[in-house]
Structures are given as C-alpha cells and as structure tokens.
Design a protein. Sequence first.
Length: 346
Amino acid sequence: MTFMTKNLPKVGQNAASDDTTRQTLAIGLDVGNGAEKLYSGLGQILQESYVLYLEERATFANQGYVEYLDGNRSDLMGRQWIGGINAYYSHPTAIYRVTDSKEGKTDLCLQLFLSALTQFPHRSDWFFNIVASVHDGATFGKAIAQALSGTHRIRLLGKESTVNIIVGKVLEEGAGTAYAIRHDYDFTNALLFDIGNGTTIVSSFNNLQMTYRDYAPDAGVEKLIDAIALSESVRQFLKRPADRHLIRAGIESGRFEYGTQCPDWNFREAYLKALPEWFNQGLKPFVRAAEARVPAATAIVAVGGGACLPGIPQLLAKRGISVPQNARWTNAKGLYEIALRLSARS
C-alpha cells in the first residue's frame, strides 16, 4: 500500500505552522540506558528502554505497539514494534535494549518516544517541542535531534496519528537536574553525580553554568546487575545465569524477588555482597577523581536511578553526598521546565 505524503511538511519545516489553534506540548525526554523518562503537562511516563520489532502487524495491540506508516524516518517506514515492558513480555530474548549498544540512544529514541504516546489518550495530531539529554552531547546530540525531528505518520494501538516534533535542544545529562533542583541546593559551586543504568556522570556547576564534566561508560547499574546475575549463589539456585530484567526489577522493588515463580527465594544475599564491590570498583574511584573540587563545593548531590538503589543513599551519605527526593526524575523534570521556557519564547 502506498501512503500519500503531500500533506506532510518538508523536512525541517514547522509542521502545520499556519494552524493557530494547535497545541504544542513541551516535553522533557530522558532516554536512559535502563528506562525512558518522559515528563510533560499530560503526566509522566517511565518505560523500560526495550524495543521489539515485529515481522508483521500484531493481531492484538498492547501498550507500546506502534506502526510507522510514513514520515521523515524513511528507515522505519512499514515497520512495527513494541516498546517498553511489553516488548520483554512478548519475546525476552529478541528485544533491543538501549544499553546493549553505544548508539542505542540514537537508534531507539524515536521508537521509544512513540511507544510512550500509547499511554496518553489518543489524538489524531500531536505537536511537540522536545528538550532531550544525552551523556555525550558532542558525540550524540545532533544525531538524537535528527532521529526525533520531523513529521511521523503512525498508528498507535491501531489508531492513526500524525506526530510533529521539533527538538528545541539536546543537553548534556545533568543540565536538566541542575535546573530542576537549583532552588533546593546552593549551586554556586556544586558537584552533581548522575548514576545511571549504563553510565555514571560527574558534573560541576557554577550556578547553571557547567564548568566540568566527565563520565564513565562502564560504572552504571548494569555492572551491578551483571555481577548479581552471574554470582555463585544465584547460579546455584537457578542452575544458570539470571535474567537481567528480573534482577533489575527485583532490585527496584526493594524486595529482591526473582520474577513470579520463585516465591520462597530471593537474591538479597547476592545483592548485599555485590553492592559494596560495585561501589568500590566503579563509583568510589569515580568519586575520588573529582576530589579536587570537593573542598570548595557548595553542594554535592547524586541523582539517577542508581542513587535510589537500596543501600546506596547511605553509602553516599558517608561521603557527604545528598540524594534529593525523586532523584530518578530530576533530569527529566528540568528538561521539561526548559522546554516550557523555549515554548513560551516561540
């Protein structure tokens, strides 16, 4: 089937610019290695950074199901996929995870964003002004903006929609957090640690001006998950390495349960053993590398999903590092607030 494209804006054109009644929605988009965080006036969405491509249209459309009909992403034309947790449920060994590739955020950011829209009430036309972030803006910023931007005609859960996206900015991860918590901490000379699933980032701020930045691509929570999945006690019980998704879900729940079929067993022992080793091997040297900035720091703060893991706030507190409330959401919230400011100017 051939779809008409004469009503679609050209690449780079402001979609439906002559329609004064449209509502452009500001979005803060944090595409993490472990989960995507979408912050908007319609609500907040957190979904696993998983994508499963389907060879044919689904007979039943679950949450996260998208069909790409036409638009600026010609590489996706005619494809269909499931994003989020239902990708894992559909085929756990065939999913694409953002964390599996250095280009994962670029390759999957649009697919995940469109899948997230299935959690909102359907609209036939969407207009978005997105401010996103990435751990290395110089390397990936332009590519992420290009991957998201433009007009995309799709089906969301079987219903057609046209999604028009303008990317206002792609910022370094941490910039959104600084903006979101600038009134809660003294950012005159602040240190910020972002402990993510794939990377750990340290940034220094003079108010909202980033003055220093470094990141470790192998010091994220995924390393902790790997250590638990391959630990002796877990392998002895399961007779094989553990499923990484189930380990992550068990940690995040704080109950350390492994899926639904092992009610009399959990991996708390393996977690408690792996946690200090992960901290000492990955995070501690990284914190030490920023020690020259610590004596004059007006605030030292840690955010990201890794900062919220059981036991981590206590380990960080011993080093004078604070963890704010909703630490997993601060970056996305700040990106949203920046997107609102950009939208107000346009």
